[in-house]
Design a protein around this ligand. Structure first.
Ligand code: ZN
Length: 447
């Protein structure tokens, strides 16, 4: 706690005051929440949820309509079952009702519009305020403390964003390595920058961090200053975790959030994924048996962001999958645990027979094939799949045989689908900057 106070009062106080930064104050509260009992945490979560519902009812036209249609007010929401009567907010609902979804008691000058760049080029706009973002940032800072780090420690972000000014770099102790361009020459520059800057930890897109780890391994370099790596925005695969932990010689902390709801769950030092119940209210919704979906044995995640006041996300189906867990964690924190799903649902493929197939099916077919360094499966139409393959040099013939076997597997299932293989020396970047294995232009969103 003293550490947090010293950060907000210390060297960065000018920056904190000048920029209206309140995240360190919020962090103090979040760190206290870790000491609550499970019952106390549940009470706090419900208090925050009912306060949000009251706010939405009083200030957000979309939710005024929702309550009107239900013939209810927030006072009628007394139990979890009552809450589950509220309609789910889909990504499409957000697109169709954007101008009804922001709170009218927030001055328009305080609203910021943000666009998420979906990997299949299907953006989603939403509003947030500086005050909301500061609360969300505090959630991220708490995660760093789980690795024994201080919010003031030097960090490197492997992310997409504008080039940070030297002033901001100085005050925030942060460098940004823009991962839109993941070429060898750029990663060579990153490596030099990291050696100079000596960050204590790295935070970045899962696949971009894994890709960089592979590069560092190839160079036989060591980055001794780094004592933790945080990854986010994409599923962390076992192979990626092993690679990153080996190359950086430290633990990887998985983080689950999205642009709309930045902090949903985080991995602790004991390796459990904790749902952050003081920031979110998460429901796990099983699929109806009629949904004949491959790879969808996991539940749909429905999330309510307890701190998003400028534009509330209440019962939001963010397109992700996961399962609640009853496993207790020895770290002692009161937050429940969960396991993440195998893939994001917006990577599902719609096949010619009308079947919706989770992208993990295709990913599993190609992952780990001998001679394949990197790949991307791209569904361009229901009948056409292109697989981009970056082969290792010297084993191309064998690799072609393995790939033919995989193509046969797909064609046995869907004979009318044509599967083209294109060999490349490097995968081209995609708009979101993530390095997804599977992309579909056909299924933009399942919601
Ligand atoms: Zn734990």
């Amino acid at each position: 706690m003293n550490e947090v106070k010293s950060v907000s009062r210390g060297a960065s106080w000018f920056w904190v005051t000048f920029k209206g930064i309140t995240r360190y104050k919020h962090l103090e509260v979040l760190l206290k929440n870790e000491k609550l009992s499970q019952d106390q945490l549940q009470i706090l979560q419900w208090q925050k949820l009912t306060a949000l519902l009251t706010h939405a009812y009083q200030n957000v036209p979309y939710y005024q309509r929702v309550f009107e249609q239900l013939g209810a007010t927030p006072r009628d929401i007394r139990t979890k079952e009552d809450f589950a009567q509220l309609p789910i907010l889909t990504r499409q609902d957000v697109r169709d009702n954007l101008e009804l979804l922001y709170a009218r008691n927030v001055p328009e000058s305080k609203l910021v519009i943000k666009s998420t760049s979906g990997s299949s080029g299907n953006p989603l706009d939403f509003y947030y305020s500086h005050a909301d973002r500061e609360r969300a940032e505090a959630g991220g800072l708490r995660n760093f403390t789980w690795a024994g780090l201080s919010p003031s420690d030097k960090k490197a972000l492997i992310w997409i964003g504008p080039i940070r000014s030297p002033i901001k770099k100085f005050f925030t102790h942060t460098i940004l390595l823009d991962c839109f361009d993941l070429t060898e020459s750029r990663m060579e520059e990153w490596l030099e920058e990291l050696k100079r800057f000596k960050p204590r930890f790295v935070y970045g897109y899962t696949s971009a961090v894994a890709h960089f780890a592979q590069f560092v391994e190839g160079k036989h370099e060591r980055l001794d200053s780094i004592s933790a790596v945080f990854v986010s925005a994409e599923k962390l695969y076992r192979e990626q975790r092993i690679l990153i932990e080996k190359v950086f010689d430290c633990k990887v902390y998985d983080h689950y959030g999205s642009v709309e709801v930045p902090t949903i769950a985080s991995e602790c030092e004991k390796g459990s994924m904790h749902i952050l119940n003081d920031l979110v209210y998460v429901e796990f919704l099983p699929w109806a048996p009629s949904d004949k979906l491959f790879g969808l044995e996991q539940d749909r995640i429905i999330v309510t962001s307890l701190d998003s006041y400028a534009m509330p996300f209440i019962r939001y189906a963010n397109g992700d999958l996961g399962m609640p867990s009853t496993a207790a964690c020895s770290c002692g924190r009161p937050f429940p645990t969960m396991s993440m799903g195998v893939s994001r649902t917006f990577h599902s493929f719609l096949m010619p027979d009308g079947q919706l197939v989770n992208g993990i099916y295709f990913q599993k077919l190609f992952l780990g094939l001998p001679g394949v360094t990197d790949f991307r499966v791209h569904q361009k139409s229901p009948e056409m799949i292109t697989v981009y393959v970056v082969p290792e040099t010297g084993v191309l013939l064998d690799t072609e045989q393995f790939l033919k076997g995989v193509i046969n597997t797909i064609k046995q299932q869907w004979p009318s689908v044509s599967v083209d293989i294109e060999f490349l020396s490097e995968l081209p970047p995609i708009k979101s900057g993530k390095r997804d294995f599977v992309i579909s232009d056909v299924v933009r969103s399942m919601n």
